[in-house]
Design a protein around this ligand. Sequence first.
Ligand code: NAI
Ligand code: MG
Length: 334
Amino acid sequence: MYKITTIGGDGIGPEVMEGAIAILEILDLNFDFIEMEAGKGCLKKNGTTIPEETIKSAKKSHATLFGAITTVDNEKSPIIVLRKNLDVYGNLRPVKSFEGIDCLYPNLEFYIVRENTEGLYCEIEYCCEDEKTAVSHRVITKKASEKIIDFTFKQASENKREKVTCIHKANVLKKTDGLFKKIFYKIAKNYPNIKAEDYYVDAMAMYLVQKPEDFDYIVTTNLFGDILSDEAAGLVGGLGLAPSGNIGDKHGLFEPVHGSAPDIAGKKISNPIAMILSSAMMLDFLNEKYYANQIRIAVENVLKKKKIATPDLGGCDKTMDVANAVINELKNVL
Ligand code: NAI
Ligand code: MG
């Protein structure tokens, strides 16, 4: 029996979560889904964007599924609180194109690994007394850098990929990114069969558009990883198809890359595939690789057939139509 904390959140979060859970429920696995709250709606109801019970439940579960939340000014970001509390330091974001999806690059498969616990997301910010200056701290530690870089090389080695690319801005951020880059080449020595290279983040923003097929695994700090992964999602069909896993030594938290999409929330037309593929990543984490792969095959089949699709992919179907199409495909492949 797997205890899974589910946090739908705000906007399209609960819709895509419903689709993913419907799929997990047909597998021959035993899940106990524990529904918890976080986000803007939760703040209105409970006075906090992330109640203690939500954090406790996530800590006690085998894994957590997270939909999306709407950010509230001057309030804690639930996803950042969860990532820190669960110490899920590795944010693994696959970038993959699918047959049937009209996109810039039809044959891509690479991975962005984003450091998840520090950098500019430490939330150490203040306004000076004169209120004319605001300051944000960017913290890079040896410990967190070693962990994320080693995590990336391990993933690359397990997946038999050739190269890890380190992204930084060490020409300007000489201390912080200087440290990150130095640690990168130190760890790279432990993986002699994997090629190591580095680029500045501004150049990388261009290379991702010009030659994305050149990359296998990309490792970078928190903010750069956040930005580059949305850019990368744009190469392969958009945010509706982009899953992610937040992985630590003990815990795993799985969520689509997208946010709460207020522009389409409530219409039930959000694409659930990013959330469904995130739940497949959760099954990988739980070592249920067979079911994880079957879900991916079922999703690929739905996309390939192009019969059912939400508006972001040019269709006119609803969130649950897509989820049900995946269920039907899954029944054929299980
Ligand atoms: P967003 O990712 O919510 O939406 C960007 C665009 O992509 C919108 O046009 C949206 O309609 C579309 N889109 C996103 N997911 C989609 C899906 N599954 N199916 C179809 N279309 C989809 O980013 P945005 O608009 O910048 O942020 C909205 C809110 O979400 C903000 O409050 C933001 O802070 C929050 N946010 C939360 C995240 C999280 O919960 N982890 C991550 C990113 C943003
Ligand atoms: Mg983002």
